[in-house]
Write a protein that binds this ligand. Structure first.
Ligand SMILES: Nc1ncnc2c1ncn2[C@@H]1O[C@H](COP(=O)(O)OP(=O)(O)O)[C@@H](O)[C@H]1O
Ligand SMILES: Cc1ncc(C[n+]2csc(CCOP(=O)(O)OP(=O)(O)O)c2C)c(N)n1
Ligand SMILES: [Mg+2]
Length: 317
């Protein structure tokens, strides 16, 4: 059976053209581009908490990287380098080979180098650190939304949460919707190009991982503002699912990895043009209010307030 170093050599040590030195020494050596600052993020995926025990390893490899690239996208950063620290229950080489195939498929589609990591035996747990570059002063932040801004989403939310509900047999989805929802759950597409293009269009941005209301909540708290979300502006709920469940998933399901951003009303035409260019269904779904700070009003088509007790996923709630 392959040992630790053999597994790393066979499955994780690939050429790293974007690094001065990649895997194999005590550290990787990286050279940031002149004029750029580094955007750095780390996230864990824990079996049973972030993914089901029987998750396809290739899809899991993709998602392990995709969720961190989504954080870089939310800052307008271009992904360059990543490190993967993982604990695995056994040297199950076919499983690890599939996991690496998914991870490198995602890395390849964004020209990202895996420059290092760590590998131990233990309960399945993946920790990915991603590093990107963004020209100084152009990074998108959570605390820059301005009263009067439109609120935009890069695509529908709630599909991944419906996919998880289907796998957990809390709902039964018909075949077509099931495919869409499982793809959203297992192979999210980080909105990297959109994030880069938003550097000079958006005021604030975040990626939706915990849920639309929870993540918009971070933006309004940090921007010292409030917000209004109009249900009739959001993408239509999928049909064939109980509408209240679909609505809860849309507003608070999480695991979406779409970008939520705010922009001046004067940029609407630019954003519609960008949606066409990037082939993304950018959706204007609300606005930033001057007050009350931290409050999100959800309103229906007639402007009446609708109350939701759930904002999103909380590991310790
Ligand atoms: N253990 C920790 N020590 C320091 N900072 C942390 C820790 N855990 C989370 N954070 C920081 O708190 C912020 C919010 O974290 P999180 O909700 O995981 O954000 P995200 O959804 O972008 O991954 C991030 O800036 C993250 O770096
Ligand atoms: C088995 C399983 N249970 C629950 C979920 C749903 N889920 C787990 S973590 C999470 C939120 C995002 O995870 P977090 O660790 O908060 O990511 P971050 O906000 O740090 O990017 C969601 C919606 C899932 N995908 N799989
Ligand atoms: Mg995190």
């Amino acid at each position: 059976m392959a040992n630790e170093f053999e597994l790393i050599r066979r499955h994780f040590a690939r050429p790293t053209p974007a690094a001065l030195l990649g895997p194999g020494d005590d550290c990787a050596l990286l050279v940031p581009a002149a004029g750029s600052v580094l955007a750095v993020t780390t996230d864990m995926l824990v079996e049973g908490t972030h993914f089901l025990p029987d998750t396809d390893p290739c899809a899991l490899g993709w998602k392990t990287l995709a969720v961190s690239l989504s954080d870089l996208a939310a800052m307008g950063a271009r992904p360059r380098w990543v490190l993967l620290a993982g604990s695995f229950p056994a040297a199950d080489e076919p499983w690890i080979a599939q996991f690496a195939a998914g991870l490198f498929a995602c890395a390849g589609s964004h020209a990202v180098d895996v420059v290092g990591g760590d590998m131990t035996r233990g309960p399945r747990n993946l920790c990915l650190t991603a590093i990107g570059e963004v020209p100084a002063d152009t990074a998108l932040r959570r605390d820059r939304a301005l009263p009067g801004d439109d609120i935009w989403l890069s695509g529908p939310t709630g599909l991944a949460a419906l996919g998880l509900a289907h796998l957990q047999e809390r709902v039964h989805l018909g075949e077509a919707l099931r495919g869409t929802c499982l793809a959203a759950l297992q192979r999210p597409l980080p909105r990297v190009e959109l994030g880069i293009r938003l550097r000079d269009l958006a005021h604030a941005a975040i990626d939706v991982s915990d849920g639309l209301l929870a993540d918009l909540g971070h933006v309004v708290e940090q921007s010292r503002a409030g917000a209004e979300i109009s249900l009739d502006l959001l993408p239509p709920l999928p049909t064939g699912v109980e509408p209240l469940l679909a609505r809860r998933c849309q507003l608070a399901g999480g695991d979406d990895y779409e970008l939520l951003f705010t922009a001046a009303v004067s940029r609407r035409d630019d954003l519609v043009a960008l949606a066409g260019e990037l082939q993304l269904p950018l959706c204007r779904c609300g606005r930033i209010l001057p007050a009350p700070v931290g409050e999100i009003r959800v309103v229906d088509a007639s402007g009446r307030r609708v109350h939701f007790d759930d904002r999103g996923f909380d590991h310790f709630a």
